[in-house]
Design a protein around this ligand. Structure first.
Ligand code: ADP
Length: 330
């Protein structure tokens, strides 16, 4: 659906802001582009809908090479790619209804079609009673709901979100993220979101790319990134590598709390395998509508196969890590 291959972006001042960008975003994904400020996330998002150009490589969206589209084609192409921003970009002079109706009016839809779509969207974003209000009378969260409705008027199959919750307080952020998640499930729209906040990623994304200085430093499913904890993730969230025992072997395993209780699994390993081990780390993080528990245990060399076979049998994902906290690659 969205495929970047060897993409490179250079600004006029010769500043290389994106280099060798590769990713594949599938239909229905909620894909996060995450990284520190200045990493190139917004620029990359803008390459997806042609708001900015790129000098090398490819960005294929809905089957089109974005940089090859002419002015007329790009207007048509953008019907399928909605976008929302940190500061909502609503027109202050117009009512909420008119703000949402704007794209359809530009495309000269009939009054009847516009009315039916705008009412459907007002219902979706739970703002029916605000149709006649002006943006200044709405809270930040409500304004972002209007912006989401406006982005959906042309029935796009992709929604781009540029730091869409960065100007909102935590509970409003969660309600906007839950709305985006509902929309993703209800209409199957693919969402690409730019954020510097891990909590946003944890709440709605299934896959991410971590950007550092214009390059992708790590990418994969959110679950794999949590399990593997690549250096780019640790740098982003500011976590030091843990120092683990050199003796024996260290295993990190992770599982969904909805499927297994953490303590229950640990007790089962002790009881069923009849082995001794040390728990070096344990944590539980929210992930979408679930929680993921992660443990690092140190076991005797001789118990390695026993434990890893047991984890495999119970469909618990694991990796071996070295004593400096980095993943062992076999
Ligand atoms: P992020 O979204 O991760 O904060 P941006 O994509 O906004 O990063 O910016 C990436 C880099 O590109 C930054 O170094 C920024 O200064 C630079 N940049 C952004 N826009 C322009 C521009 N119009 N001209 C030159 N450099 C730019």
């Amino acid at each position: 659906m969205i495929t970047a291959t060897g993409l490179k972006k250079v600004y006029e001042n010769k500043n290389v802001v994106l280099e060798d960008i590769n990713f594949k975003i599938e239909k229905g994904d909620v894909y996060g582009l995450v990284g520190r400020s200045g990493a190139g996330k917004s620029t990359l998002l803008r390459c997806i809908n042609g708001l900015t150009d790129y000098q090398d490589g490819s960005m294929k969206v809905n089957g089109y090479e974005v940089k090859d589209l002419n002015t007329k084609q790009i207007k048509e192409f953008r019907k399928n790619v909605g976008m929302i921003f940190q500061h909502f970009s609503l027109l202050e002079r117009k009512s909420i209804y008119d703000n949402i109706a704007l794209p359809m009016r530009c495309w000269k839809y009939s009054k009847k079609e516009i009315d039916s779509k705008v009412n459907e969207l007002l219902e979706l974003v739970e703002l029916k009673d605000k149709a006649g209000a002006r943006p200044r009378n709405l809270s930040g969260g409500q304004k972002q709901r209007v912006a989401i409705a406006r982005a959906l008027t042309m029935n796009p199959n992709i929604l781009l979100c540029d730091e869409a919750t960065s100007a909102l307080d935590p509970s409003t952020t969660n309600s906007i993220l839950d709305l985006l998640s509902d929309i993703n499930k209800k209409i199957g729209i693919t969402i690409v979101l730019v954020t510097h906040e891990m909590s946003v990623i944890q709440r709605i994304c299934n896959k991410i790319s971590i950007l550092e200085n214009g390059k992708i430093a790590s990418q994969g499913t959110v679950k794999d990134i949590f399990l593997n904890q690549p250096p780019a993730l640790k740098r982003l969230i500011g976590v030091e590598n843990s120092i683990l025992p050199e003796k024996g072997r260290n295993i990190r395993f992770m599982y969904s709390v909805a499927k297994l209780e953490g303590s229950e699994l640990i007790v089962r390993i002790v009881n069923e395998l009849n082995i001794k081990f040390s728990i070096m780390e344990s944590s539980t993080q929210s992930y979408r509508n679930d929680k993921l528990s992660t443990f690092v245990i140190n076991i005797d060399d001789s118990d390695f196969n026993l434990v890893t076979n047991y984890l495999d049998k119970n469909k618990v994902e694991w990796i071996e890590i070295k004593n400096d906290g980095n993943e062992v690659r076999n």
